[in-house]
Design a protein around this ligand. Structure first.
Ligand SMILES: Cc1ncc(COP(=O)(O)O)c(C=O)c1O
Ligand SMILES: N[C@@H](CCCC[NH3+])C(=O)O
Length: 416
């Protein structure tokens, strides 16, 4: 559910007209709803009530500072995958001691920055990384808290590009060899073992892969306990899906109800790292129809948003809902369009074969664009990145200004 609704045929973001937002801030424009972000975070937090837990919002989904600040104020933890994301969390007022640092390729600089900042835990993804964290921590006179991110080899039944927990995915430590690595870690003086993590993929629409992965993780937890290594937390990774089209997402409460019995009698803290399920439906991308071309065989609506603004359709053949911001019948016949951007790539499309009653200058909203929208944007074709606006009730704040042409050449040097 979200707070983008139609009133008298016109789309509203909470209590603000999307048409007005586009007039004020131009297009393409990302619009976020603060109430939606808050409600989704609370849905996870409430669902895990009764268990000691920490909901670590996956910053990669949407790292706008105001988004992070909104969640930090609710007491969120954060899942980061780079030093840049840590910087953003700290700048937004997030607490370092609620940060877990995932990612397959942490650099020494990033590890040092995380240790200096006092993060809660590194999710370690390989033996060489464990060694690097150990050495770095010792040189700094510190001990690094870690969890091993184990790869449970479970099919999450999602798009191959966003599956993370299969043996042939690059993520994590093979669960079969993890016990040996824990035993090594236990002997490292720069390392303190805190827990165990796994992550099986994103946009998951079934609970069973979570349960399969958890069973494998818990079997390892028991073996480790026998070896004298106790886990203080278990990070149950795997991102709940959202509705882009006709998917039936799992509610956080149902997910929590399914996993809770597994933790009965286990004195551990439960962590989870939702990104898309918190931010996805909290955002739309507003774009203007620049013109229409083609005829009977093929019609294109050229819009001012492109794959540099929203790459999900191009990258994953993702279906994203596209709706007119103002539903107006007059002078508009419903036709089938490919909705394409101005970028010089055949693959630059936002939607294909969409039946829409639209005309030049109309505004369209791409729904469920709050996650992996702006964060995956680029300057390809030297296009300035879009502005971002946060709506809160009937108030709005420009939380990131549109880039200018000057921004596009800033920081570069001509040869002498
Ligand atoms: C380790 C880790 N944490 C969190 C996420 C966020 O996933 P989602 O946005 O599906 O919740 C991902 C993405 O797959 C991930 O790999
Ligand atoms: N960027 C992906 C999800 C990646 C999840 C992170 N491992 C998407 O837009 O669906």
């Amino acid at each position: 559910m979200d707070y983008f609704e139609f009133r008298n045929g016109e789309m509203y973001a909470e209590d603000v007209s999307v048409l007005r937002l586009a007039e004020r801030h131009g297009t393409p424009l990302y619009v976020y709803s603060r109430a939606t972000l808050e409600r989704h975070f609370r849905a996870f937090d409430d669902a895990l009530a009764g268990l000691e837990h920490m909901v670590c919002y996956a910053v990669k989904a949407n790292s706008n500072l105001a988004v992070l600040q909104t969640l930090a104020r609710l007491g969120a933890g954060f899942d980061i995958v780079s030093g840049g994301e840590l910087q953003r969390v700290l700048k937004a007022g997030g607490r370092a001691d609620r940060v877990v640092f995932s990612g397959v390729g942490k650099s020494e600089d990033e590890i040092r920055f995380a240790l200096e900042s006092g993060i809660y835990c590194f999710n370690v993804e390989s033996e060489y990384e464990l060694e690097l964290i150990d050495v770095t921590a010792r040189l700094m006179g510190k001990r690094a808290s870690i969890a091993l991110r184990v790869n449970p080899d479970v099919d999450a039944k999602t798009h191959p590009y966003i599956s993370t927990g299969l043996k042939n995915n690059k993520f994590g430590v093979d669960i079969a060899t993890a016990e040996q690595l824990y035993l090594r870690a236990a002997r490292m003086s720069g390392i303190e073992i805190l827990g165990i993590a796994s992550h099986i993929g994103s946009q998951l629409l079934e609970v069973s892969p979570f349960l399969d992965a958890l069973d494998r993780v818990l079997a390892l937890v028991r073996r480790l306990a026998d070896a004298g290594i106790t886990m203080r937390h278990i990070d149950v990774g795997g991102g709940l899906g959202v509705r882009y089209h006709d998917e039936k997402p799992i509610a956080p409460a149902d997910w929590a109800a399914a996993i809770k019995p597994k933790f009965e009698g286990l004195p551990v803290r439960v962590l989870t790292e939702p990104g898309r399920a918190i931010a996805g439906n909290a955002g739309i991308l507003v774009t203007r129809v620049l013109g229409i071309k083609g005829g009977e065989d093929k019609r294109f609506a050229i819009v001012d948003a492109a794959m540099n603004d929203l790459i999900r359709p191009t990258l994953y053949q993702a279906w994203m809902d596209i709706v007119p911001v103002v539903q107006q019948g007059e002078g508009r016949e419903t036709q089938t369009y490919d909705i394409v951007g101005p970028i010089c790539e055949t693959g630059d499309w936002i939607g294909k074969d969409r039946a829409l009653a639209i005309a030049t200058d109309d505004l369209l909203a791409v729904r469920t664009a709050g996650a992996y929208g702006f964060t995956m944007a680029s300057n390809y074709n030297s296009r300035p990145r879009a502005a971002e606006v946060m709506v809160d009730g009937d108030a709005e704040t420009l939380i990131r200004a549109r880039e200018t042409f000057d921004d596009l050449v800033r920081g570069e040097t001509l040869l002498p």
